[in-house]
Design a protein around this ligand. Structure first.
Ligand SMILES: [Zn+2]
Length: 334
């Protein structure tokens, strides 16, 4: 991930901050969703999936760790009853190098026309280029939160969907869980090249072009990124609010009805270049980003973002649970 466009952020706070906060809280209270939880979300199980990914080591493209984790994720989703497709592709990184990438697409009820898209990136940043110690800038990170957490939540959702399918209890639409590759290879800070927005989210750009060609449509999409940190602060991303305000409303009001309103704040945070941007721009699917926003950290993200400290010690089962439970309620009460 990703970059917060600070000039947009300044503009938002300066010009629209108060307005959007006011409108947000008004809308959030006007809609009360049913709070019947169908399946339960097992945060221990989800935590173990996050941990397992980090045990492969950094999931950097063109490495053995990446190959092994690719196999693990695809076999797991098959075992969880999803029709699983490996979308292999060759991509070009910021420095012109070639990347062997794979988007992993796991579909539930693939025969249904009406669909929901859930996604997270599964690669991890090859460089700790935000680390306070410059000696670490070229070292790959564990990416426990930045990457593995979102995937771990979606894996547990897949497992729950399988359990509900066995009871004949699935909703009347399909769910596509997509693990996106090559999100986190954007221009490193130590490079003398200007950061190019399109050097990020490479796997998603490929996926979205293919989805558009194939005529794929989902009613809406939800991206998870850095959802496993302690006491998260999920705020509305600017692009999510531009492209998919109704999805933000749906997700934040569901979280609130489950008692998570202290962590799902219905106010704009910043403009974040992340996978959802390309899902919206290229595939035309209204998609939001649930991401831990940290206004006080200087980068806008958690203080250990793109550092050697993005490890399991920062992963909190409570955070995984609140996101997983919210998503299951969105899926089953949609
Ligand atoms: Zn990242």
């Amino acid at each position: 991930m990703h970059k917060i466009l600070t000039f947009v952020l300044t503009l938002l706070i300066g010009a629209f901050g108060i307005l959007s906060c006011g409108a947000g809280s008004q809308k959030a209270t006007s809609k009360v969703e049913s709070t019947i939880v169908k399946p339960t979300f097992d945060s221990d199980s989800s935590y173990s999936y996050v941990e397992k990914q980090t045990l492969f080591g950094p999931r950097v493209l063109n490495t053995k760790n990446h190959d092994e984790c690719r196999l693990y994720l695809s076999e797991k989703m098959k075992a969880f009853g999803a029709k699983t497709t490996l979308q292999d592709c060759s991509l070009t990184a910021w420095d012109g190098s070639k990347l062997k990438a794979t988007n992993i697409i796991a579909s539930y009820q693939p025969e249904k026309t009406k669909r929901i898209l859930l996604c997270a990136h599964w690669d991890s940043r090859p460089w700790a280029d935000q680390d306070s110690n410059p000696a670490n800038w070229h070292t790959p990170i564990d990416g426990a939160n930045d990457g593995a957490s979102g995937v771990g939540v979606l894996m547990e959702i897949g497992r729950q969907l399988q359990a509900e399918a066995a009871k004949g209890n699935l909703p009347d639409y399909g769910v596509d869980i997509v693990f996106l590759d090559a999100e986190d290879l954007g221009t490193p800070k130590f490079s003398n090249k200007k950061d190019n927005e399109d050097s990020w989210c490479l796997g998603t750009q490929y996926w979205a072009k293919e989805a558009k060609k194939a005529g794929y449509q989902a009613e809406f999409g939800i991206l998870l990124d850095m959802v496993g940190g302690k006491a998260p602060n999920f705020m509305w991303d600017y692009y999510s609010n531009q492209y998919a305000p109704q999805v933000l409303q749906k997700v934040w009001s569901t979280a609130s009805s489950l008692g998570y309103n202290a962590y799902f704040v219905p106010a704009e945070g910043g403009a974040i270049t992340d996978d959802h941007l390309y899902v919206n721009r290229i595939a035309g699917i209204p998609c939001i980003d649930i991401i831990d926003y940290n206004p006080g950290s200087g980068t806008g993200f958690v203080p250990y973002w793109h550092t050697m400290d993005d490890t399991m010690k920062n992963i909190d089962r409570n955070a995984l649970k609140m996101v997983g439970e919210t998503l299951l309620n969105v899926i089953f009460n949609h």
